[in-house]
Design a protein around this ligand. Structure first.
Ligand SMILES: [Zn+2]
Length: 357
């Protein structure tokens, strides 16, 4: 038995480190620290934009969310239809040839899960995925457009380590717009490599189509003073935009990984499930339902002053009264439903339309 003194010492040590098992604090990926104070154009890499005849370089296009492809709705306001699943972190060091020099570090303790070192194989260019175990499940950080990758799959890493150098590999980038595209993701399905196989899928379960980026800038800011990240607290602040009812043929792989998202009954298998999504497509809660369905159907959608495809990453279409899932939305939802080698509905080709930049 441990002595009271030893127990007290252990308690003090745990209090000092501030975290119990599974608690992780997320840190900035590079030496650019301005996210914590000025933010704006000192932290986020701009995008080149031409809209209504004007050419601009807005840094907001480097933040997370529906921040790209502006359009003016009939009410006169400007909205954005294209999703950016990560944040674009600006370099702060360049050599005499303007090559970026910033080291990239893991945003938290974890294990390297995947590296893709051939920049031609993905819109991400060279990229790295690190798995982080937190108490609510495993989340994945992703670092794209790297100039170099200096870590190996399986390696345990911490925020003090260097995993590579920031760069501009990938589609649609140049030296001036070099940045670290950083995502913090949930994984949809650990069988994604069976749903989407080579040659169309070159990255197995670490294909961007199988990873859902959450607002990593919010996560980093929330952890600024050493507070561990809580996925359930993050999700409790997100707003549902639409809800999809799906057949229940067993426990979704996604729910095995993130069981806290299940808000339905646990005493018996529900007839169907209802997945609540934000407009960006982040599933924030899964409910049980008594209604029978054979294939996914949209059952709720928040009214907007324009067509739904413009604010749902093209997963829902139509006006608020007659909104339905698009083909792309159906494929997206099907990825959650694939279970033990079968779909509850016929398999369709995965969507390959999104382009991280
Ligand atoms: Zn990006």
């Amino acid at each position: 038995m441990r002595s009271p003194l030893l127990q007290l010492l252990m308690f003090l040590l745990l209090s000092l480190t501030g975290t119990a098992a599974g608690d992780l604090v997320f840190h900035l990926p590079t030496d650019n620290k301005s996210l914590y104070d000025k933010g704006g154009d000192s932290y986020f890499m701009y995008v080149d934009r031409t809209f209504e005849g004007k050419t601009t370089k807005p840094w907001e296009g480097g933040t997370w969310g529906l921040v790209r492809n502006p359009f003016r709705a009939s009410n006169g306001n400007v909205y954005y239809s294209r999703m950016h699943e990560g944040i674009d972190v600006k370099p702060i060091l360049r050599d005499e040839n303007n090559e970026p020099l910033d080291d990239v570090r893991p945003i938290a303790h974890g294990q390297v899960a995947y590296t893709s070192e051939d920049p031609r194989k993905s819109n991400y260019g060279r990229y790295i995925v690190i798995a982080h175990k937190i108490k609510e499940g495993t989340v994945y950080s992703l670092y794209a457009h790297m100039a170099s990758v200096t870590c190996q799959v399986g390696q345990r890493v911490s925020p003090q380590d260097t995993i590579g150098r920031l760069g501009y590999s990938g589609v649609g980038l140049n030296k001036t717009r070099a940045h670290c595209h950083l995502e913090l993701c949930l994984m949809i399905n650990a069988d994604y490599d069976l749903i989407d196989q080579p040659p169309s899928n070159k990255h197995g379960v670490f294909n961007g189509q199988n990873l859902i980026g959450i607002n990593v800038a919010d996560v980093l800011r929330a952890c600024k003073n050493g507070k561990p990240f809580s996925l359930s607290r993050y999700f409790s602040r997100q707003k549902e935009h639409y809800r999809v009812r799906v057949p229940c043929i067993g426990i979704m792989d996604f729910l095995k990984r993130y069981p806290f998202l299940y808000k339905g009954r646990r005493d018996r298998r529900p007839t169907s499930l209802e997945i609540a999504f934000t407009k960006e497509g982040v599933p924030i809660a899964i409910y049980s339902s008594k209604e029978k369905v054979d294939a996914p159907i949209l059952v709720k959608c928040t009214p907007m002053p324009f067509l739904q495809q413009n604010c749902t990453v093209n997963r829902v279409k139509g006006s608020s009264q007659d909104a339905t899932l698009t083909a792309s939305g159906m494929r997206y939802v099907n990825n959650f439903l694939w279970l033990e080698g079968r779909y509850p509905v016929p398999a369709t080709q995965p969507d390959t339309s999104s382009t991280p930049q």
